[in-house]
Design a protein around this ligand. Structure first.
Ligand code: MG
Length: 377
């Protein structure tokens, strides 16, 4: 057996309480791939829920893992194409795409570790030493005074870009009441001052029409949003074009898409300023790089939406380092088990930025004992 052949593949569903979402239960599913020589690569799928995490594990254990054994992990894009094409019936989005995303990320980590280079070198090389950080939080819409204090505190901690979205209580989330929505944006702008950038994210289920989105975008214009996120469903391509034509407010969407062709349709509207994407969902590092390149050609930026574990964040950081058009990398401002416990060298903001990592592979050190503390069946 060639020592660089894949010898073991393991899927690890993890669950944890997310301090950045009032302690609510969240899940990810990791993939660990080991070669015969003992080299290890890690990937993540941002599965979100227990059921999706367990289903993803079945797809890996029963379907894809046996087909990886004996393969050379450096054939990462060949494996990506092969798995993508051969799962056309059950895949092309959903649980199978979660599995493919995590496997692809683990293969890139392994390929870079075997070459003893940071992942960005295999993605075209380093274009920047640091990426601008955004603090990304969920709004407490029940208490706007507390929200103002929270944003002022995050600004004081050094964040130059501050994002808030939907709400801990979805029934009164951002997006559900026009008057409250404007009050929230005003509160955030007043809390952080004029020299910070602010982003707001409309809650799922707000059901904005293009006409309402236009009215809201215009109402927000005095507060100078860095972007307005998810104002419309991703599939409302005509709505996005109408909204674009009616406001100067920058527009962003993408976190609900899975496949490269989904992103192609969004990019081709010409309506978006920023595409947001996660390699732990959107067909791995391979798929995400294709979308980033597509957006760059269309003179659109991208945002590393990464709000899950340090593994997806690290992969996003390397993609950002190698790309010409990244705007931001989102971070949870409060320590979280998946960002701070499962690695011994967490990715953190310093002075408003996140430093690019130069260690081999994803550039993080997984604490396997910590990972296994969050395992569930
Ligand atoms: Mg969002």
């Amino acid at each position: 057996m060639d020592v660089e052949e894949i010898a073991r593949v393991e899927a690890l569903p993890l669950r944890y309480d997310e301090p950045n979402n009032n302690g609510k239960l969240r899940c990810v599913a990791l993939v660990r791939i080991e070669t015969a020589s003992g080299a290890v690569g890690w990937g993540e799928a941002i599965t979100g829920s227990e059921d999706a995490s367990l289903a993803m594990k079945v797809i890996v254990d029963r379907g894809l893992a046996p087909r990886l054994i004996g393969r050379d992990p450096r054939d990462v894009e060949a494996i990506w194409s092969e798995f993508r094409e051969s799962t056309y019936w059950s895949g092309n989005g959903g649980i199978v795409t979660f599995a493919l995303s995590a496997i692809d990320m683990a293969l890139w980590d392994l390929a870079a570790r075997l070459a003893d280079v940071p992942l960005y070198q295999l993605l075209g090389g380093k274009r920047r030493d640091r990426v601008r950080a955004a603090s990304s939080i969920i709004f407490d819409t029940a208490d706007l005074d507390a929200t103002g204090r929270q944003f002022a505190d995050l600004r004081a901690r050094g964040y130059e870009v501050l994002k808030g979205g939907w709400g801990h209580d979805l029934s009164i989330a951002f997006g559900k009441d026009a008057k409250r929505d404007v009050a929230i944006v005003r509160t955030v702008r007043e809390a952080v001052g004029d020299d910070a950038e602010i982003i707001v994210d409309v809650a799922v289920g707000s059901n904005w029409t293009a006409s309402h989105a236009i009215a809201m975008a215009r109402a927000f214009e005095p507060y100078r949003l860095y972007w307005l996120e998810d104002a419309l469903p991703e599939g409302d391509l005509d709505g996005w074009k109408r909204l674009r034509a009616a406001t100067a407010t920058p527009l962003c969407t993408g976190e609900k898409s899975w496949l490269v062709p989904d992103f192609r349709r969004l990019v081709d509207t010409g309506a978006l300023d920023v595409i947001m994407i996660d390699p732990g969902r959107a067909e791995g590092v391979t798929g995400t790089k294709k979308v980033i390149d597509m957006a760059a050609e269309a003179r659109q930026s991208w945002n590393a939406h990464s709000w899950s574990s340090a593994i997806n964040t690290a992969a996003s950081l390397h993609l950002a380092a190698a790309s010409p058009n990244v705007l931001l990398l989102e971070l949870k401002p409060e320590p979280s088990p998946m960002q701070n416990d499962i690695v011994s060298d967490p990715i953190v903001m310093e002075g408003g930025f996140i430093a690019v990592r130069d260690a081999p592979g994803l550039g993080i050190t997984i604490d396997e004992a910590a990972v296994r503390r969050y395992l569930f069946e």
